[in-house]
Design a protein around this ligand. Sequence first.
Ligand SMILES: *Cc1c(COP(=O)(O)O)cnc(C)c1O
Length: 393
Amino acid sequence: MKKQEVFQSYKENIMPTYSKAPLIFVKGKGSRLWDIQNREYLDFFPGWGVGNLGHCHPKVVSAVREQISKLIFIPNNYYHIQQAKLAEEIVLRSYPAKVFFCNSGAEANEAAIKFSRKFGKGRCEIITFENSFHGRTMATVSATGQKKYQEGFEPLVPGFKSVKFNDIDAVRNAVNEKTVAVMLELIQGEGGINVATKDFVLGLRMLCDEKNLLLIIDEVQTGIGRTGKLFAYQHYGMAPDILTLAKALGGGLPIGVMVVKKEIADILQPGMHASTFGGGPVVCRAALGVLEAIEKEKLLLNAQEKGAYLFEKLNLLKDKYPVIKEVRGLGLMIGVELNISGKIIVEKCLEKGLLINCTHDTVLRLMPALNITGREINAALQILDEVLKEYSG
Ligand SMILES: *Cc1c(COP(=O)(O)O)cnc(C)c1O
């Protein structure tokens, strides 16, 4: 297919639910991508948070290859080895728990919402936060604390109340006899890279224990090493009751997981919840490859070191260009808040071969692969510097 034919097919045959840059990619390796004209790009936002190992990591490629020729799919009314292994690895690395497998972040959160209602036995309200993002299904978009994702889809699913982020009193005031859970991202990704404070999170943990509420941590974006720990909650000295994972876990293949602490996990009995594709052999094998690569290649350490380096250099750019208001984040999940709209900066970077993202209108979002090199970071900084210079006049 030629470039124009691809665009034409999208235009005629695919619903226009995404705004798109006019790029057609055909190949990826690590933090590099190549388009249909063989132009090379440096990817500092691989897969919208999916590409924590970069593109086509050899461990993932060989894991998938091996599994796909043996057994592609087996439904959940039978057993298979890959799911057993992956569950064991996830529980080993998190906390005493049992897991439920599905295919996406929204589905993992949807499962957490359904689980909470079953747990609540009549208590059904979940407190969420302003500027949060939990997915696009009816329940998860209702849980999301941003009107722009909800408009036109009313009536929303009842039972969600969103309150101010990082404000423990706001949560305390919102709790009533119907409340069953509190659900949050430790770093709000789609909400502008807002980091939860330690006091707030520890306060939430105490409040949840005191009122018998489930603390649901949505790590669909922050999980799998993104912040320099395998899970972001590990920075906070506490554990959630329910953890949700997706994006980076499958190394590019679709997977979602709900991790529920062991004491309560058996509340969902046979027939109560399900997902046909959930936890299939190929995606589980891919996820095992991802976890193995993170460990063998010491990628958590690399994320910490490279994150600190990038953070420091971005702060130097901030001193140079007043158009930068603030640099914030954790590990390799970094937001650069601007005084101007970030859209034009993203476009200009793209013209120079650097892929980044803008979230919440004014926040540039950098989430390079965990195996990013110092040289690649310097190349990206060089481009950012040139572009920001142009817009700091
Ligand atoms: C992306 C995201 C989701 C939704 O995940 P999908 O796989 O797109 O359904 C949910 N929560 C957070 C924090 C996310 O970043």
